[in-house]
Design a protein. Structure first.
Length: 324
């Protein structure tokens, strides 16, 4: 009975703090549902960064110049870093990175649908920077104000880097659009293929999003999926015009009354299919990740053995050393 009363008081105190925009830190009491939601979202986000290295990594050896290769290498490396900040943030909630990796490669945890599409030409690299990183920025800037301290702080640095990623993509596309007719066609084709999947990155429509309401109340999420999707469309249409490409949506038009662009309905059955493992590259992405994890086993073992040796050394001489 006392325990229940305590729990209620703790819950009220927690909700009051969150409503007052105070940050929740790892040692603070938090409802189990809050912790679980954060672990799910942060782990999915971390996995997305790591799996997200694959579609672009695919072009590292085929970048058309040394400059483009250096930029792409830096970007892919940044994504690995983002994954690591995020796994660290998840670890503050009492889960282990190794456990999260196992869940990813056993397909018990999700990663973003967007990384299950193939990168067919080098224009895809530009379009990923422009649209995918553009969508990521739209979604992630508000997460810098997320109620959970370690997540919000990780997002600050990630967003700074994502903004560089978006610009490098747009700059690459501008260069291609000034090039040959074939290059312009490549940019248009990549835009046609990535537009709808980019809109799906924001998640299902609000009416079909089981987590949004509670995550908004807990201030983990600061905007709904549909609000962010609209923001992304509003931001991207003028960029497409400046670039000289057409977005593949006949329903796209500015609504003076709303002060926003209207746009067509993404194919939500496609999102469901891709999330449930049946996208064009799901199998390949997970298999590659599993293989990389296996290949890295000896590195993890060597690092753990080294750390154990260091710890033993710093805790004083061994009995063998004393008798010597
Ligand atoms: N893909 O109730 P909701 C990047 C799941 S950016 C896969 O609406 P929530 C940068 C959802 O988890 C990409 N799964 O869920 C980069 C939930 O699963 P459950 C990563 C999706 O959490 C660029 C279920 O569907 N960004 O990596 C997707 O409130 C270039 C129901 O959905 C983030 O993760 C989807 N698109 O809202 C890297 C941002 N949408 O409960 C490399 C942080 C939904 O059934 C190269 N995350 N699901 O297990 C978020 O903001 C949110 O988690 C949402 C989903 C908005 C993604």
């Amino acid at each position: 009975m006392t325990e229940t009363l305590d729990d209620t008081a703790l819950q009220e105190h927690f909700e009051h703090r969150v409503a007052a925009e105070e940050r929740v830190e790892p040692r603070d009491w938090m409802p189990e549902g809050y912790r679980k939601t954060l672990v799910r979202q942060i782990a999915q986000h971390a996995h997305s960064e790591i799996i997200g290295m694959q579609p672009e990594g695919n072009w590292l050896t085929r970048a058309p110049s040394l400059r483009r290769k250096a930029i792409l290498l830096a970007k892919v490396q940044d994504e690995a870093g983002h994954g690591l900040y995020l796994y660290s943030a998840a670890e503050t909630l009492g889960v282990d990175r190794a456990e999260l990796t196992d869940k990813l490669i056993d397909q018990r945890q999700k990663y973003s649908s967007i990384f299950n599409y193939p990168t067919l030409t080098f224009a895809d690299i530009g379009v990923i920077g422009w649209l995918v990183d553009g969508a990521a920025i739209c979604n992630q800037v508000p997460l810098c104000r997320s109620s959970y301290g370690p997540y919000a702080r990780a997002m600050v640095r990630i967003c700074k880097e994502e903004s560089f990623h978006q610009r490098q993509g747009y700059e690459l596309l501008m260069t291609m659009m000034r090039g040959s007719p074939e290059q312009r066609e490549m940019v248009q084709d990549a835009t046609d293929r990535w537009w709808w999947p980019s809109l799906m990155m924001f998640g299902p429509p609000d009416g079909d999003s089981p987590n949004t309401q509670q995550s908004m109340a807990w201030r983990i999420k600061r905007h709904t999926n549909d609000e962010l999707r609209q923001k992304f469309v509003d931001m991207t249409v003028p960029q497409a015009e400046a670039l000289g490409v057409t977005l593949p949506d006949p329903e796209l038009r500015y609504d003076d009354e709303r002060g926003h662009y209207d746009f067509g309905e993404p194919d939500w059955s496609e999102l469901k299919r891709v999330i449930s493992g049946d996208g064009p590259c799901n199998e390949q992405r997970v298999a590659r990740r599993r293989e990389a994890h296996e290949r890295g086993r000896w590195v993890r073992e060597a690092a753990a053995a080294h750390a154990a040796k260091q710890a033993a050394r710093s805790s004083g001489p061994t009995s063998e050393e004393v008798t010597r």
